[in-house]
Design a protein around this ligand. Structure first.
Ligand code: ZN
Length: 91
C-alpha cells in the first residue's frame, strides 16, 4: 500500500490538527517525521551538554498512520475546532 506517494505530508500548523478520513479518529496517530531544528547548545566546563530553546524551523511528516484503523493514506490536516469560537465557560 503506498503511503503518501510522491508527496511529503506537511505536518499541521498552529490552528490545525490531524484527522483520519477513514474512521474519524482525531486524537491518536503514529507520526514519522523529519525535523529541521535550531537550538542553543550549552556545554558545562566539564563537557556536559544541555540543549535549550530547541524549536522547529521546518517539519515534514514521512508517514502518518492512524492508531485506530491503521490507515496511512487517509489521514488529513483539518482546522482545529474551537480555537476561534467562544471560550468555554470556566468553573
Ligand atoms: Zn483511522
Amino acid at each position: 500500500m503506498p503511503e503518501h506517494p510522491d508527496q511529503r505530508f506537511a505536518l499541521p500548523a498552529e490552528g490545525q490538527r490531524l484527522r483520519c478520513a477513514a474512521c474519524g479518529n482525531l486524537t491518536r496517530f503514529d507520526v514519522v517525521s523529519s525535523r529541521r531544528t535550531a537550538a542553543f547548545w550549552h556545554y558545562t566546563v566539564a563537557g556536559e551538554l544541555t540543549v535549550e530553546d530547541e524549536r522547529d524551523l521546518s517539519a515534514v511528516a514521512e508517514t502518518v498512520r492512524c492508531r485506530w484503523c491503521g490507515s496511512a493514506t487517509q489521514v488529513e490536516v483539518v482546522p482545529a475546532f474551537g480555537r476561534n469560537g467562544p471560550e468555554p465557560a470556566g468553573p
